[in-house]
Ligand binder design. Structure first.
Ligand code: TMP
Ligand code: ASP
Length: 243
């Protein structure tokens, strides 16, 4: 079906920061970016006017760049300031975190100094389960839970390393250090595993290359900035990506 004939039908799901709608094309969904900003599994929540517009733009630019470098994603096109057309996928209930620098939960969990470089990179998987508060698990757990196979995990790990290599340079060329990020994958109707969800300052840590200032959701998690100021940092990321 031609993308210009696409119409929203029903709400399929609503998460903390996005809504997903079915469309008149059974293989496509419309994803709507909201202005809510949450942390610690929704325990902390604020309304941040225009955040949805900025994150829709940021994730559009990043996914287009990844598509260009051959990474298969759910993204088809941005259709208006808050919405994008995407392939319909069944999300694999795992959050994949890739780390270039120690900070956040890794620093706490292993007692390692915040800011230490991880040359080889570290991949972690978290089980997406609100009741259990998204616990850190390993490959054996994920396969035992019948969420995924070892072959699929290995396939995803190789894509994640590629994504990190592509994005590290992409951001660094814009004076942004990609500290760590969380991504999710889904399966489309052909059973292909493709990058889904979003890549934004809500789901990544970005530090300014020169000042090491945080330009992401940590400003909110750690109460570093007032609400009005957080949005300026998100806008700064978008400005640099648009250059
Ligand atoms: P962490 O240090 O809190 O585990 O976070 C690692 C990275 O993953 C960081 O960029 C934030 C991102 N992240 C999410 O996007 N959603 C989550 O639920 C968690 C726990 C982390
Ligand atoms: N728990 C995650 C975080 O702290 C995500 C969220 O609740 O929105 O970033």
């Amino acid at each position: 079906m031609n993308s210009s004939n696409i119409k929203k039908i029903d709400i399929l799901s609503e998460g903390k920061t996005k809504k997903v709608y079915t469309t008149n094309d059974p293989l496509k969904v419309i994803i709507h970016y909201k202005d809510d900003l949450t942390a610690f599994n929704g325990l902390k929540k604020i309304f941040l006017p225009n955040k949805g517009i900025i994150n829709n733009d940021i994730t559009t630019l990043v996914f287009k760049f990844l598509n260009y470098y051959g990474i298969k994603t759910h993204f088809i096109q941005k259709i208006n300031n808050r919405e994008q057309l995407c392939q319909k996928v069944k999300i694999i209930p795992l959050e994949f975190v890739y780390r270039n620098i120690v900070t956040g939960s890794l620093s706490k969990r292993l007692g390692i100094k915040h800011g230490k470089k991880i040359n080889e990179g570290i991949i972690e998987i978290f089980y997406k389960n609100d009741k259990l508060k998204d616990p850190l698990i390993n490959d054996n757990h994920a396969v035992f839970l019948e969420i995924i196979t070892y072959n699929e995990l290995n396939f995803i790990y190789s894509i994640i390393k590629n994504i990190n290599n592509i994005l590290k340079t992409y951001f660094l060329n814009r004076n942004i250090i990609l500290v760590d990020f969380k991504i999710e994958f889904g399966k489309n109707n052909k059973n292909e595993i493709i990058l889904s969800d979003e890549i934004t300052p809500d789901t990544c840590r970005f530090w300014d290359e020169k000042t090491m200032e945080k330009l992401d959701k940590d400003l909110f998690r750690m109460k570093l900035k007032k609400k009005e100021k957080i949005i300026e940092h998100y806008m700064e990321i978008l400005k640099r990506l648009n250059k």
